[in-house]
Design a binder for this molecule. Structure first.
Ligand SMILES: NC(=O)c1ccc[n+]([C@@H]2O[C@H](COP(=O)([O-])OP(=O)(O)OC[C@H]3O[C@@H](n4cnc5c(N)ncnc54)[C@H](OP(=O)(O)O)[C@@H]3O)[C@@H](O)[C@H]2O)c1
Length: 265
């Protein structure tokens, strides 16, 4: 039986890299996204490197009908080994200023697609008794993210959901991971209008990592059975602090000290 890996948001960045690093351990890859040219380019690259079957699916995961159709397909694939719920992006702007439709689309891509596809995948994996689901969260899941309000909120949801699933599946061979990258060099920040040459730092606490490194760390952690994967020493340290520090101190560190009175008794 074919071993199938399904990767959402495979057209660039972390998702494209998951496709590159998973293809040698699978017989069939489904690459999902909206940018047809990029997906076809990646598919050709992978096909030229091995016999792996690569299926490109041009899908917009902000459409609930598209998610529903994809979920039905996933459920019928008994060879499903790995699902990577990676598609995602951020919106810039205060919650009440950003259009409601934009909020709705982001929540559909981050939350609905992740939940629905995980639900279908788990039916297949439970019947087989094994499989892996990687849900891409973020270091931002540990802090409030004002002006990208639903980004941090949805990534917290994804992390909490994945941690609960991992506990539900603790006694079987189904591995669940919440991948929590910090700044990673992809198309993500350019889409937000940031200049990659200036934005990405090579040193210090907010240094950025490559998607090659982030995905390699995620897969290493998956093999070790680690539920929350935080690639990079700097972000591991940051998350350790974020989990222990009082919110008022965190706000000062984030340059939001003027909001601490909102947390006082
Ligand atoms: N880069 C970072 O610093 C960072 C840090 C923490 C977490 N993350 C998370 O990592 C994941 C991947 O992001 P990235 O950094 O690799 O950025 P990226 O290069 O911009 O990739 C984002 C992927 O999501 C897909 N996507 C977005 N909206 C979609 C939609 N409506 N339907 C289908 N696919 C959609 C994009 O595909 P199309 O445009 O082709 O549709 C693209 O393949 C995201 O969930 C992001 O939140 C990134």
């Amino acid at each position: 039986m074919s071993r199938i890996a399904i990767i959402t948001g495979a057209s660039s960045g972390i998702g494209a890299e998951f496709s590159r690093q998973l293809f040698s351990s699978h017989d069939e890859l489904w690459l999902i996204g909206r940018r047809e040219e990029k997906l076809n380019q990646l598919a050709s690259e992978l096909r030229s490197r091995s016999e792996v079957r690569v299926i490109v699916k041009i899908l917009d995961l902000s459409d609930p009908h598209v998610i529903e159709n994809l979920a039905s397909l996933v459920e019928s694939e008994s060879g499903l080994e790995t699902l990577v719920n990676n598609a995602g992006y951020a919106e810039d702007g205060q919650f009440n200023i950003v259009d409601w439709q934009k909020h709705h689309d982001l929540m559909t891509v981050h939350v609905d697609a992740t939940l629905r596809l995980s639900h279908s995948a788990l039916k297949v994996m439970t019947a087989k008794g094994r499989g892996s689901i990687i849900n891409v969260s973020s270091v931002a899941s540990f802090v409030p993210t004002p002006n990208s309000t639903l980004y941090g909120a949805s990534k917290s949801f994804i992390r909490s959901f994945s941690e609960a699933l991992a506990i539900e599946n603790k006694d079987n061979e189904i591995r669940i991971q919440a991948l929590c990258p910090g700044f990673t060099i992809t198309d993500f920040h350019e889409k937000l209008g940031l200049n990659p040459d200036k934005f990405y730092k090579k040193r210090g606490m907010i240094r950025s990592w490559t998607s090659e490194y982030v995905v390699a760390e995620s897969l290493k952690d998956l093999n070790k059975g680690k539920v929350v994967s935080v690639p990079g020493w700097n972000y591991k340290l940051m998350v350790m602090l974020l989990r222990r520090l009082p919110i008022t101190l965190l706000l000062w560190m984030l340059g939001r000290g003027d909001a601490t009175h909102r947390y006082s008794e």
